[in-house]
Design a protein around this ligand. Structure first.
Ligand SMILES: [Zn+2]
Length: 320
């Protein structure tokens, strides 16, 4: 019998990415469609079904060639019931039933998982995680997300909310977070958090700095500007980058102390700051680690970019 293929779907707020993979994780085909969040996001699931059916038909394939469909989505996943709640960036105010509906619409089995968790699974399987049994993934984007694989299994937690590394408290008196708490890692190390830290530090800074001048001039700055200037030894940008990396290293060091993973992988847009960011975070992480952890847990940059989602989603349906 020839090995069956996998379909991975990465549902995001602006695009839905699809890929057909072999059982070994090799992408054979990929495509994407726009996410239509109008009408309370009611068209999203039908659009996914139509796009998969259309693609299978267009390439003269049939559903017997596939093991099934894995879907990564924002929101809180109820694994038992196959539902998603609280995906507000998709305009989904009510609970939705992708497992039931996509299975009915395509005739293929469907497994769903949170988007940060599928990115973690993707990086673990085909990226920087090197298929290790113990991998922690943290993604620094608009927010900060995370996924934890321990003993070869994704940790889902009692309510599907495990791995919310972005909401680990760094400073109980810090900035207000969207989750209602104060001082979450996300308020400091996300793309928006970095800009917030920069504005905050700039208001107390009296030295000479290009970043300070840009902010005083009313220019819009990004997390990338902060790291680019820090790399050029801009004094204020370095103060901000050090605080961001120290905070991230503090959290990751303590996660390492708790889980002793083989790899901790940093992904997301902010990780484009590369080795500069990695070295600073690594130093802070090590300062917070227990001795035996230092020798066995390695910090790495993600290697799959935004392709991690479809690969991780497809791995959900993989039959070993
Ligand atoms: Zn929070």
């Amino acid at each position: 019998m020839t090995e069956k293929k996998l379909i991975g779907v990465d549902l995001g707020g602006t695009t839905i990415k699809f890929a057909i993979l072999t059982n070994k994780g090799e992408i054979q085909q990929k495509w994407s469609i726009e996410t239509n969040i109008l009408s309370d996001g009611q068209l999203i699931i039908p659009d996914i079904i139509d796009s998969i059916n259309h693609h299978i038909k267009m390439y003269d394939m049939n559903i017997d060639q596939f093991d099934g469909i894995g879907l990564g989505s924002p929101g809180t996943i109820d694994h038992e019931r196959g539902t998603i709640k609280g995906a507000f960036n998709l305009n989904w105010t009510d609970e939705v039933y992708p497992v039931r509906d996509i299975q009915k619409g395509t005739g293929l089995p469907v497994v769903i998982e949170n988007d940060a968790n599928v990115a973690a699974l993707g990086e673990r399987w085909q990226g920087a995680g090197n298929n290790a049994d113990d991998v922690v993934f943290v993604t620094l984007g608009t927010g900060v997300g995370g996924g934890i694989i321990a003993n070869g299994k994704l940790i889902q937690g009692q309510n599907g909310a495990a791995g919310e590394i972005g909401h680990v408290t760094v400073d109980p008196n810090g900035f207000m977070c969207t989750c209602g708490k104060r001082g979450c890692l996300e308020t400091i190390a996300s793309a928006t958090g970095i800009v917030r830290v920069a504005r905050d530090r700039a208001s107390e800074y009296a030295g000479s700095s290009e970043l300070k001048a840009m902010l005083d001039d009313g220019q819009d700055i990004s997390a990338k500007d902060v790291f680019d200037l820090a790399k050029k030894d801009d004094d204020l940008a370095l103060i901000v980058a050090d605080y961001v990396c120290d905070s991230l290293g503090f959290v990751l060091g303590n996660i390492a102390n708790t889980l002793n993973p083989k790899y901790i992988v940093i992904g997301g847009g902010v990780s484009a700051a590369g080795e500069f960011l990695l070295n600073k975070v690594d130093k802070a992480m090590r300062a917070n680690e227990f001795a035996t952890i230092k020798d066995s847990t390695e910090l790495r940059l993600a290697s799959l970019g935004n392709g991690a989602g479809v690969i991780g989603a497809a791995s959900l349906i993989k039959v070993d």
